[in-house]
Design a protein around this ligand. Structure first.
Ligand code: ATP
Length: 135
C-alpha cells in the first residue's frame, strides 16, 4: 500500500515554484530546522534564508528559500517565500556574482555607511543558492 503523502506547495509573489506530494519536508525555520511528516500538528513558522528539501519516491530534492513562512497542517505544507528556486533552476554563476557584490559592499562598511542588513541578506541568499545549485 502506498505510504501517506503530504502535499507540498512552494509559492512566491511571482510564481508557483512547486506543487508535489512528499513523504517528508524539511524547512529552515527561524528557530531551527524542522521536519514534517503526515499527521504533524498544525503550526506556522517564519523561515530563514536557507535550504529546504523534501523526499518523494526515494529521491531527495533541494530548494533555496529566501525568507517567508511555512504553514503546516497534518496533510499539507505551504511555503510562501519572497523567492525560492529548485536546485536545477539556480544559475550558480549569477549567485557567485551576487556573492561577490555583497562581499564588496560589506568590506566597504569599514570606510562608508552601507545598508548592512540588506548586504548581509544578499550575501546569505547567494551562499545558499550556490550550495543548493551544487546538490
Ligand atoms: P541578484 O542580485 O542576482 O538578482 P538577488 O539575491 O538580489 O540576486 P532576489 O531578489 O532574491 O535576487 O531574487 C529575484 C528573482 O531572481 C527571484 O525570482 C529569484 O528566484 C531569482 N533569482 C535570484 N538569483 C537567482 C539565481 N542565482 N538563479 C536563479 N534565479 C535566481
Amino acid at each position: 500500500m502506498a505510504e501517506k503523502q503530504l502535499l507540498l506547495e512552494v509559492v512566491t509573489p511571482d510564481r508557483m515554484v512547486l506543487s508535489t506530494e512528499a513523504e517528508v519536508v524539511v524547512c529552515p525555520g527561524v528557530e531551527g530546522q524542522f521536519g514534517v511528516l503526515v499527521g504533524h500538528v498544525p503550526f506556522l513558522s517564519a523561515l530563514e534564508i536557507g535550504e529546504m528539501y523534501y523526499k518523494a519516491g526515494g529521491k531527495t530534492e533541494f530548494l533555496a528559500v529566501s525568507g517567508g513562512f511555512a504553514e503546516v497542517t497534518g496533510t499539507k505544507v505551504t511555503i510562501v517565500a519572497e523567492a525560492a528556486e529548485m536546485g536545477r533552476e539556480i544559475d550558480a554563476e549569477r549567485a557567485r556574482r551576487a556573492r561577490e557584490r555583497a562581499e564588496k559592499r560589506l568590506a566597504a562598511a569599514k570606510t562608508e555607511a552601507i545598508d548592512w542588513v540588506r548586504a548581509e541578506a544578499s550575501l546569505r541568499r547567494s551562499v545558499i543558492r550556490m550550495k543548493v545549485a551544487g546538490r
